[in-house]
Design a protein around this ligand. Structure first.
Ligand code: NAP
Length: 484
């Protein structure tokens, strides 16, 4: 840090700046980041790399565990994707970084508290809720959002006690994005496959006893427009316990899809070829089947006398080009019924409002301009407040997309710092903030504490021949951290 400072001084970086200006050695720029998922860590990483501008980062998460969707969203059989954590760990081990886990924004600390202690705040709280379908029967027993199911099998403490009726033989998944693919693939895992996952123990027990025989994913458009990506749909063809089924007539492309495919990237062409390959593939007699059904929109989820899901009513679509030149669906008027005892709605995540922070109910986002938070949609910037990741741009893209997103936000913050437009907080002092938080929450979990939990989880995994055995309750985590 000192070397960097001296280098900057040699370049004259500090020559026109007072010694205690924010971003100086005497007064590092104090930044709070709310959330600890990929967007939060990419923002921290970029902040801590600022040449000649000392920054100190306090990352705050309501869970004792960091990494957001990398821990609670990425599928438990996709361990390779989770190796991205090594980059986040490196940022976390920087002496100018602190983690305040088990601290909830809106409960233990407020926006006013942050404005007292920090020059800038980045909200990187993601999109923890789900979009509604808006069809009758959505709240019947046995109808769940995919987000709940994903959080449950990944051991998120808020979802550990959820129940999913896996005595169902037929399951419908509505929506055709990568989350739908994850949910369907996890439902099809065979008995020998759980040992290679970091799935929560409760989910392994329930899924091992599952009676599911058929999982059907319904997309409202065709294979060209399907939101899933090439690798994810290819992986379905490698399932040990389930055959993939595509109806040949649904793999045939209409004129609009053919035109779109012509102009599409090679990955889209590969994706369509994979789907068409499934349509030609004979069944191999595996225990389960995973069906991909195209051009079907949900109209209603129907229930039995007990109020439990019994079927899904679907409308058949055709594709048309709308006034904005987009390929959209039009109902043909034809309907069909799919008998299912369990339904997962997987039509996208949605952001959740934070106390006292502007929120656009329509989009489910914090209103912002490239990451600068606005007082209202289209309104004036709120000095010192920034957003990054899904709460900034919406729930799209893979983990890596959050890097450019967070870099953009941090670069704007640095412009604001250089322009002198960041607010001057009355107490921009690391020790005072630490004392303040601990006065509000007696059980703050530091990064060192998390490292201890991490080691225990890995040790428990080694003892059982699995990559990791997760803690799934906050009490359990805090108990493991208490001195014995
Ligand atoms: P998504 O990719 O936005 O997919 C949402 C799906 O829901 C689309 O098929 C969409 O259809 C459909 N849908 C939306 N409204 C609907 C309605 N009213 N009726 C029927 N269908 C409807 O969202 P996601 O699957 O939740 O994924 C979120 C992000 O995380 C994506 O960027 C995804 O790639 C990423 N992710 C990546 C991985 C991975 O890399 N392995 C894993 C999981 C998630 P239309 O296309 O017709 O709108």
């Amino acid at each position: 840090m000192l070397l960097r400072y001296l280098t900057a001084v040699n370049r004259g970086f500090y020559s026109a700046r007072p010694m205690n200006a924010p971003g100086s050695l005497a007064q590092p720029l104090r930044v709070a980041i709310i959330g600890s998922g990929p967007a939060a860590f990419y923002a921290a990483e970029h902040l801590l790399k600022q040449e000649g501008r000392p920054v100190s980062v306090d990352m705050i998460d309501r869970l004792p565990t960091p990494y957001g969707l990398v821990r609670g969203g990425v599928a438990p059989d996709h361990l390779k994707i989770k190796t991205v954590i090594a980059i986040y760990e490196k940022a976390a081990l920087n002496p100018a970084f602190r983690f305040f886990g088990n601290v909830e924004f809106g409960k233990h600390i407020t926006r006013a508290d942050l404005e007292r202690h920090f020059h800038a705040v980045i909200y990187a709280t993601g999109a923890p809720s789900d979009r509604r379908l808006g069809v009758p029967g959505e709240d019947l027993q046995g109808s769940h959002s995919a987000t709940e199911f994903v959080a449950w099998y990944n051991g998120h403490p808020d979802f550990s006690d959820r129940q999913f009726d896996l005595s169902a033989e037929r399951v419908a998944v509505i929506g055709m994005g990568n989350v739908a693919i994850d949910v369907a693939r996890i439902l099809c895992l065979g008995p020998g496959e759980f040992k290679d996952t970091d799935m929560a123990d409760h989910a392994i027990a329930a899924l091992s006893a599952s009676r599911v025989r058929e999982v059907c994913i319904f997309g409202r458009r065709g294979p060209v427009q399907a939101a899933f990506t090439t690798n994810e749909v290819r992986e379905l063809g490698e399932m040990v316990d389930a055959d993939v089924v595509v109806r040949p007539e649904e793999a045939v492309l209409d004129a609009l899809s053919l035109a779109e495919l012509e102009a599409a990237r090679a990955t889209t062409r590969a994706k369509v070829e994979i789907v068409q390959g499934y349509a030609k593939r004979p069944l191999s007699g595996k225990r389960r089947q995973l069906h991909l059904r195209f051009m079907r929109s949900p109209l209603e989820i129907r229930g039995d006398a007990r109020g439990h899901v019994s079927s899904l009513e679907l409308g058949v679509n055709r594709l048309v080009r709308n006034a904005a030149d987009a390929v959209v669906t039009e109902a043909t008027g034809e309907r069909e019924t799919y008998g299912a005892q369990l339904v997962f709605r997987s039509v996208g995540y949605r952001g959740v409002a934070l106390n006292d922070v502007p929120f656009d109910e329509r989009s489910g986002l914090i209103p912002n301009l490239k990451g600068r938070v606005l007082a209202a949609p289209g309104g004036a910037p709120l000095a010192g407040h920034y957003a990054s990741g899904w709460i900034k741009r919406g729930p799209t893209g893979v983990i890596g997309n959050n890097k450019a997103d967070s870099v953009e936000t941090v670069n704007l913050m640095m412009e604001d710092l250089a322009a002198g437009s960041l607010p001057a907080p009355p107490e921009p002092d690391a020790a005072r903030f630490d004392a303040f938080v601990r006065g509000k929450q007696g059980t703050v979990v530091t990064f060192a504490d998390w490292q201890k939990l991490d080691r225990i989880e890995l040790d428990r995994g080694r003892a059982t021949g699995r990559p990791r055995v997760k803690f799934t309750s906050v009490d359990e985590m805090l108990a493991a951290l208490r001195p014995s």
